[in-house]
Design a protein around this ligand. Structure first.
Ligand code: C2E
Ligand code: MG
Ligand code: MG
Length: 737
């Protein structure tokens, strides 16, 4: 290590005036004076009268100073500061060489008279061995024929530490800035870019150089729709606001948009000096996409990807607003519910059910324009909002197309699926305040369509609303009817057509309404079914019928072989504990199971054939008899009949009525009777009103009949009178209402 060298940078220079003034006759060299020149009296052999002021300066200088023999580098003299710095006694220090003080190699002697700039820090060693950094300045002089070097040694350890700390801190901040994941920028107050972090390349696709050339480059690559952000920033700064934040999109060099979240801050130095604007831009593209995905999820159905109920209501609300503002704006809302979707779900499984819903959603979407909304409202319910339609006829047309499209058979997961839908439509200009009200009416219309059979379309009108309100009223009243004991059972005799013998009765429910009088089942059974009230009501009917029948059998010998027929609705059949409940009732009332015959309509059985077969078999196992009601009104194939363990087939009244006019009808009944017999069932003809119907049915070997010709449904007391023999069958009065 070159210690006291003037370093490579030290060139021959003119002698300065100051050093020239120091030129004195050459003193003895230390070697000449036994290696130790007495410089305390006359340093370096300088004239004492001249030396004193210099000596004084030399001795009291705050920096350590050494006089060295330029050739040998031996210390000729050292001031107080030098002694203190190196920790040597004067005697010890004098004669030591620069090399000994530094531990480094001998330095080349500087040219005489040359003053070097303090050379960069070197390491020196104190007497105790401690190493410390110094800065050394040289002045070479020729005095008394000797080349002497005056070395000014400054301990820079304190400064070095501070420098080091500053450098480290700077480095740390630079690392923080350079390695920052966000794009860090610092603009000077005049707008010049002072710093940009390397992350600019990742975030924008452009290198830092692109920004240094154009300080507003980030603004330049901002997506046009968001450029206003920068005007906002300038305005905020003009208002002296110190912070600003905004999210916007930029165009990345790869051609794709990125979301950026920008945070700017004015920076100030000590004393409040304006240091410009520091900004941090974060790439929030992923977060934004996630947010958008969440947003989508919150408003869409995950299965079909269609808008969900929430978004649907929102879109309808907007349509309502528009229709209030614009006179010529027409819209329509379709409420669509799949028919018998539950059957698909239960029999083919939920996966197939889900696929069916997806297919249906596609079919609906294919029939509407992009400006229309198709939403999944609930399980198998869809809502279509048609906007900007020319006329009501257009809306009905679209609804019809949707309905027909859904009816087209589908091949899903290896199954051939036939499904249909019931649709209710609300047409503008009906004014609603709330989208829920509009949808309620569309729903009412849809239910009406369902009531009229499947695969139907119904346009809402106020009459339907009145009906719906009426249904609600019935529901409220029905809930109280059981508690208030308002139900009664009427019995309609069923007779053997051959000898007109009584074979049993059908129990038919009536409701003695406090205000409306006697209400017929057709007016309330469907409400009871929809609301589930049919379960307790139905059980009451079975219980009452069994009790009365058991009572008759106990008191009238003629009642011994009779049966009581009780109607069972779809909801009742799907009741899981139905079989147990029936069994319990029979036991409690003491009625033989074969005296009870349950009537189930064809369509109820066909709705869920698997479940029906299973439950009917269990009922049969109890000993209870089964009858298929209203045969001929549903769609069951005759082949299917075999599957059901049914004892009796009840041919619907509509066939019997036609026996008057159509000879074809008699052929059909003949075939049905023959078929029933071939399957071991007997046949009951419903609704016989005329003697010729009776005659014909006798001819056709129909076992039993039921109808006004023999008896209307009558009160239990009337049946008692018949059983008593007090009344003859064909002579009882009309049903009391
Ligand atoms: P249903 O089971 O087919 O009952 C036969 C219906 O035909 C009865 O109507 C009966 O009064 C009527 N009827 C019988 N003979 C004639 C006739 O010669 N001419 C005409 N025009 N009608 C005749 P009702 O009592 O009004 O019952 C209607 C329907 O209500 C029943 O049809 C049945 O489906 C249902 N129902 C009645 N009671 C109950 C019940 O307790 N539970 C359930 N779930 N449904 C019931
Ligand atoms: Mg019946
Ligand atoms: Mg019937």
């Amino acid at each position: 290590m070159v210690v006291f060298a003037g370093s490579g940078g030290m060139k021959a220079a003119k002698r300065s005036r100051a050093t020239a003034a120091l030129a004195r006759p050459a003193p003895e060299t230390p070697s000449e004076t036994g290696g130790r020149a007495d410089l305390s009296a006359s340093p370096a052999g300088l004239d004492s009268h001249c030396a004193d002021p210099y000596r004084l300066y030399f001795q009291s200088a705050p920096d350590a100073m050494l006089l060295l023999d330029a050739r040998t580098q031996a210390v000729l003299d050292a001031n107080q500061a030098a002694l203190a710095l190196y920790g040597y006694e004067r005697d010890e220090l004098l004669g030591k060489t620069g090399r000994e003080l530094s531990g480094g190699p001998e330095a080349a002697a500087p040219e005489p008279g040359v003053v070097s700039a303090p050379i960069s820090p070197r390491l020196h060693r104190r007497k105790d061995g401690e190493v410390f950094p110094v800065e050394v300045g040289f002045a070479s002089l020729a005095a008394a024929g000797r080349d002497i070097a005056l070395a000014t040694v400054r301990d820079v350890s304190g400064r070095m530490e501070a420098d080091q700390a500053l450098r480290e801190s700077e480095q740390r901040y630079r690392i923080v800035a350079d390695y920052n994941y966000d794009l860090e920028m610092w603009h000077a107050p005049d707008g010049a870019l002072l710093y940009i972090s390397p992350s600019c390349e990742r975030i924008t696709g452009h290198p830092a150089a692109a920004f240094y050339g154009r300080p507003d480059f980030l603004e330049e690559i901002t997506v046009p729709g968001y450029k206003a952000v920068w005007d906002e920033l300038r305005e905020a700064l003009a208002r002296d606001e110190r912070q600003f934040a905004a999210d916007f999109q930029i165009l990345h060099a790869d051609g794709l948009d990125r979301w950026i979240s920008l945070h700017c801050q004015k920076v100030y130095g000590l004393g409040g000096a304006d240091l410009g604007l520091r900004s941090s831009s974060r790439d929030i593209t992923e977060r934004k996409h996630l947010e958008m995905e969440f947003q989508h999820l919150a408003f869409h159905d995950p299965l079909t990807g269609l808008p969900n109920r929430k978004l649907c209501l929102d879109r309808i609300a907007q349509a309502l607003e528009r229709s209030k503002r614009r006179e010529n704006y027409h819209y329509a809302v379709i409420f669509l519910d799949l028919d018998r979707f539950k059957v698909v779900n239960d029999s083919l499984g939920h996966y197939v059910g889900d696929q069916l819903l997806v297919s249906v959603s596609r079919k609906i979407k294919a029939q509407v324009r992009t400006l229309d909304t198709v939403a999944r409202y609930g399980g198998d319910e869809f809502v279509v909002l048609l906007e900007e339609i020319a006329s009501a006829a257009d809306a009905i047309d679209i609804a019809r197309r949707i309905k027909n499209e859904i009816k087209e058979p589908l091949s899903l997961c290896g199954y051939n699926i036939h499904i249909s839908a019931s649709l209710g439509i609300v047409l503008s200009p009906a004014i609603y305040d709330r989208p829920e009200d509009l949808l309620r009416n569309a729903n009412i219309a849809m239910h009406r369509a369902k009531d009229q059979g499947r695969d139907k379309l119904k346009v809402f009108n106020t009459g339907l609303l009145e009906e719906a309100i009426n249904i609600m009223r019935v529901e409220t009243d029905l809930r109280r009817a059981l508690e208030r004991d308002e139900f009664v059972i009427h019995f309609q005799p069923i007779i053997a057509l051959g000898d007109k013998r009584l074979t049993g009765f059908e129990a038919l429910l009536r409701w003695r309404h406090p205000q409306l009088g006697m209400v017929q089942p057709d007016d309330f059974i469907h409400v009871a079914e929809e609301t589930g009230l049919i379960i307790p009501i139905g059980l009451w009917v079975i219980e009452q019928s069994c009790r009365i029948m058991a009572d008759w059998q106990a008191r009238h010998a003629d009642a011994a072989g009779l049966t009581v027929n009780v109607n069972l609705s779809a909801k009742q059949l799907s009741q899981t504990d139905l079989v147990e409940r029936v069994d319990a009732i029979l036991r409690a009332e003491g009625l033989a199971p074969e005296a009870l015959k349950l009537e189930i309509t064809e369509s109820v059985m066909m709705d869920n054939p698997e479940l029906a077969v299973n439950r009917l078999k269990r009922l049969k196992a109890l000993g209870v008899k089964l009858s298929m009601d209203d045969f001929g009104t549903g769609y069951s194939s005759l082949g299917y009949l075999q599957k059901f363990p049914v004892d009796t087939l009840k041919v619907d009244r509509s066939f019997i009525m036609r026996l008057d006019v159509e000879s074809e009808s008699s052929q059909i009944i003949k075939a049905v009777i023959a078929l029933a017999h071939s399957m071991g069932m007997d046949v009951v003809a419903e609704g016989i009103e005329e003697p010729h119907q009776d005659n014909l049915l006798v001819e056709l070997k129909c076992e039993c009949g039921q109808g006004f010709l023999y008896s209307r449904p009558v009160e239990a007391a009337t049946i008692e009178a018949i059983l008593d023999g007090r009344l003859v069958l064909d002579a009882q009065p009309n049903e009391t209402h």
